[in-house]
Design a protein around this ligand. Structure first.
Ligand code: LLP
Length: 432
């Protein structure tokens, strides 16, 4: 199947990370996110080990925790030797309260509030990835008040337009994020940063986009960033010690999506970066990469129960399940593709084309249009949407006041609930 943690028994039942889908649902309720701990650890290790092998011991993989953020994720990242990227006080607090080593936290975001900056310093966040001039001034003042020197990186926009959907492209000059090289603003920001007494500039960061399959994206962005490092050395006598190339490797949502050999690609980037450093007379910077999606996507699956099958003769068919855009808004937002299967009917012919829809009072509440499922499907049957580990739980909402789903971590040592199901009381907890 699309990921090797999925198998089908001789009776046509779906097994996820060694567990029968129906048994998981019976035990933990419907609908349900399930995640495969072994797969998450494997994916983390793949980056941690490959980066070290390819770039040396100074390299570090940062898990981009926006892809899926709850305490257990930070514990797994810590255990596998990764750092993390956080983008809000909420993610930083989750890491902090999980006991994550905060010196390995990189705090991103194009508009960190004063309060978030102060809180992050309270918690000992190692590095701020600074987006622009306003933020530099606030971080310097806050560090000064505390009598500390704060490590910062600058987010630079390399001016690359990669092939992905618009909502997740960030490398182009007119991006909301970072300071552009092309306009001279990046160079100016470096000068400003070097002038602040309570900041240590440790290097530069870029992130070009997400769900990227172009094998040369990191080659192009590293070329531009290394040339920028050389230019800043020439301009200010400042040599950047770290270079963060961002995240973005694409994952397969469907069988016909391309396969990327990530270790192979990283080794290719390393050879390219080393050659460019030689050419430019630069020492090799400490490299960081920030994968999010490719750490968790194929480690996740969502299980639903069918409530209704509606056939409109001559028009179309709908299968309604007990979740929807509240637990997975990605089709509604990006027309994101997914693979959908029926875990107890894996050997039945998928002879009914239907839209898989949720229970929200909105026609746009579509999990996936035009999927082929068995025509025997009926109320009470199971439906699984595969590869939902990234940007599902983390983007979930309480639209229509539907409680958010729990997350169950399946592991060789036993299953455990890592995020509890929201209750109706949880929904009204902050109401007056
Ligand atoms: N680093 C930075 C600075 C980022 O902005 C992102 C993603 C990443 C790393 C991780 O990228 P990844 O390896 O996950 O592609 N909600 C969208 C994805 C938004 C991505 C935002 N930034 C979706 O569901 O497709």
């Amino acid at each position: 199947m699309i990921c090797d943690n999925l198998t089908v028994t001789a009776q046509g039942r779906l097994i996820f990370a060694g567990r029968d889908a129906r048994e998981l649902l019976t035990r933990y309720g419907s609908p349900l996110y399930v995640m495969d701990e072994a797969r998450i650890r494997h994916n983390l290790r793949l980056y941690v080990d490959t980066l070290r092998e390819a770039f040396g011991d100074s390299a570090m993989a940062l898990y981009a925790s926006k892809a899926c953020s709850f305490r257990e994720m930070y514990r797994l990242a810590a255990a596998e030797g990764a750092g993390v990227d956080v983008v809000s006080a909420g993610e930083a607090y989750t890491a902090y309260t999980a006991g994550f080593p905060m010196d390995r936290v990189y705090f991103h975001g194009n508009n960190k509030t004063d309060e978030e900056i102060a809180l992050a310093m309270d918690w000992g966040v190692g590095t701020f990835v600074v987006d622009g001039a306003e933020e530099l001034a606030v971080i310097d003042a806050e560090a000064g008040r505390r009598g500390i020197t704060q490590r910062v990186m600058l987010r630079i926009t390399p001016g690359i337009d990669t092939h992905t959907y618009e909502a997740v492209a960030t490398g182009q000059v007119d991006s909301k994020f970072g300071s552009a090289i092309e306009t001279g603003q990046a160079e100016q920001l470096v000068g400003q940063c070097l002038g602040y007494p309570h900041l240590t500039l440790c290097g530069f960061h870029c992130h070009v986009g997400s769900q990227v399959f172009d094998s040369d994206t990191f080659l192009r962005s590293s070329d531009i960033m290394l040339a920028f490092i050389a230019a800043m050395r020439h301009r200010y006598g400042y040599l950047a010690a770290e270079l963060d190339l961002g995240g973005g490797y694409g994952v397969r949502y469907r069988e016909d999506d391309p396969v990327i050999d990530i270790p192979q690609n990283i080794r290719q980037v390393a050879a390219h970066v080393k050659a460019a450093c030689d050419r430019l007379g630069l020492p090799l910077p400490a490299i960081r990469m920030e994968p999010g999606r490719s750490i968790v996507a194929d480690a996740g699956m969502t299980l639903y129960t069918v409530g209704a099958v509606k056939r409109i003769p001559g028009y179309k068919n709908y299968v309604s399940v007990d979740g929807g855009m509240g637990d997975n808004p990605r089709y509604a937002l990006y027309q994101a593709p997914y693979t959908v299967v029926c875990p107890e009917k894996m050997h039945e012919p998928a002879d009914m084309v239907c839209d898989l829809v949720g229970k929200c009072c909105e026609s746009g509440d579509i999990l996936q249009p035009k999927v082929s499922l068995p025509s025997t499907l009926t109320r009470g049957d199971l439906v699984a949407v595969l590869t939902t580990g990234a940007y599902n739980y983390s983007m979930a909402s309480n639209y229509n006041r539907n409680p958010r789903l729990p997350v169950v971590m399946v592991s060789p040592d036993g299953d455990r609930v890592v995020v509890r199901r929201e209750s109706l009381e949880d929904l009204v907890r902050n109401d007056v």
